[in-house]
Design a protein around this ligand. Structure first.
Ligand code: 5AD
Ligand code: SF4
Length: 433
């Protein structure tokens, strides 16, 4: 979502004459778009600010304005200025449309400008539309923001605020715009995207399944994805959409966090491990080739060896194509942060064991793709000359030998090789020069 937000910020600054540069020393304004989900991500902001601060003293640089955007800005506000006085602007995720005003204020007054309000007017209506897709052929599109679930480990309900769904018409208009800019794949985004319930043109609330159908019907859109979902919001309608909409890719990122009912309860996830198993079964029932990815937290406060074993057992039962796993990180202001913590060494041990199992599952999934014929959306040049890299329907990175003209397009590929993190293939389509 930060990629999407950064693009919107670029759009809002373009009328002021700002253009993107890859060179920090050339920049008149540097915006760090930050993440507060775990301590490591938040701390990275300060080490990065330390590096950027040098540019302010460097006579060969442009002495840029420095802005901190995103969830660290939202969560820490004034504290950022105390730790990093070189910062000129602090802007939370709900206030990006006010960036021009904040820049003017910081420039005029020579004092830091802060905006971490949650304004009543939806920012989406005030941000200009994109003029390019972030990656050739593919675009992210935020349809839902914020979260009302309050999992006890998570900062999102505090930093991104209450759950908000965009109206259907504005989502469809933006998807049409991306299609006109050459996108054939749209990924619908939200912190809890399957809680989507936007109003359609007739004023009725529709769910994510119906929204996906609307986006999939747009000429030029061949692939639709969505992320990230909560198991308890996996409705029958959305599950059915996987069987009914061919453009909906057979891949779901469905975080489960833990396989222990005790831990799930303490996390306030409001479902059991068996609920999760049943949801996966229903998804696979709707679409047999559906693959899953997930997020896991190890070392949540109170997690015992038995709890962790239950997580390994769930992973073994499901068989994930890919997954992310993290050590629990205590976040200020969240309920779990005050609980007795699991020792760091135990967390490290559990993380290594879980990642070992998940890596084996990913390799097995990639190996099982060998011999199949798949559609690949090519997105960038590979490391070797003459190589291009894209994504399979199952989100695997796919490398083939082929021309750069493939980038931004979908082509047929025969998978010939499966690795730990990617698969290799041979082009089957004739490729125009
Ligand atoms: N500690 C560790 N991981 C976390 N996540 C969210 N909050 C925390 C935390 N406090 C993970 C969850 C979530 C993903 C985006 O980040 O697994 O699904
Ligand atoms: Fe955080 Fe997701 Fe739980 Fe919402 S549903 S509180 S975003 S982990």
């Amino acid at each position: 979502m930060n990629v999407y937000d950064s693009q919107r910020m670029t759009g809002i600054l373009a009328p002021l004459g700002y253009e993107l540069t890859a060179e920090p020393a050339e920049a008149a304004l540097i915006i760090l778009n930050t993440c507060h989900i775990r301590d490591k991500a938040a701390e990275k902001v300060y080490s990065e600010l330390g590096r950027i601060r040098m540019l302010k003293n460097d006579s060969s640089a442009t002495r840029p304005l420095i802005a901190v955007a995103g969830c660290v800005a939202q969560a820490e506000g004034e504290e950022i200025l105390a730790r990093a006085p070189a910062v000129d602007i602090v802007v939370g995720p709900q206030a990006y449309h006010r960036l021009p005003e904040l820049i003017a204020r910081a420039t005029k007054t020579q004092r830091a400008a802060i905006d971490t309000e949650f304004p009543a007017i939806a920012k989406f209506d005030q941000l200009p539309q994109a003029d390019a897709t972030p990656s050739p052929g593919a675009a992210f599109l935020t349809v839902q923001e914020g979260c009302d679930r309050f999992c006890t480990f998570c900062v999102v309900p505090y930093t991104r605020g209450p759950e908000y769904s965009r109206p259907v018409a504005s989502v469809v208009a933006e998807a049409e715009r991306f299609a006109a800019l050459g996108a054939c794949e749209i990924t619908l985004l939200g912190q809890n995207v399957n809680a989507y319930h936007g109003a359609d043109e007739a004023g009725r609330n529709i769910g994510l399944g119906a929204l996906i159908a609307r986006v999939a019907a747009i000429a030029g859109i061949e692939r639709v994805r969505y992320t990230t979902s909560h198991p308890a919001d996996m409705t029958a309608e959305l599950i059915a959409a996987h069987g009914a909409i061919p453009a909906l890719m057979p891949f779901v990122h469905l975080p489960v966090q833990s396989g222990s009912d005790r831990v799930l309860k303490a996390m306030n996830r409001r479902h059991t491990a068996d609920d999760y198993r049943r949801i996966v079964e229903r998804l696979r029932g709707a679409r047999a080739d559906l693959a899953l990815s997930s997020d896991f937290i190890v070392g949540f406060p109170g997690e015992t060896d038995d709890d962790f074993e239950a997580t390994l057992a769930l992973v073994a039962d499901i068989g994930f194509a890919q997954a992310y796993s993290f050590k629990y990180s205590a976040r200020p202001g969240t309920p779990a942060a005050d609980q007795p913590q699991v020792a760091e060494a135990v967390k490290s041990e559990r993380l290594a064991a879980l990642q070992g199992l998940l890596d084996r599952q990913q390799s097995a999934f990639n190996a099982a793709s060998v011999g199949s014929t798949i559609d690949v959306l090519f997105e960038r040049a590979g490391r070797r000359p003459g190589q291009v890299i894209g994504r399979s329907p199952h989100m695997q990175a796919v490398h083939v030998d082929g021309p750069a003209t493939l980038i931004g397009r979908i082509a047929r590929v025969r998978v010939v090789e499966g690795g730990a993190n990617s698969i290799g293939g041979r082009l089957l389509d004739e490729v125009p020069a």
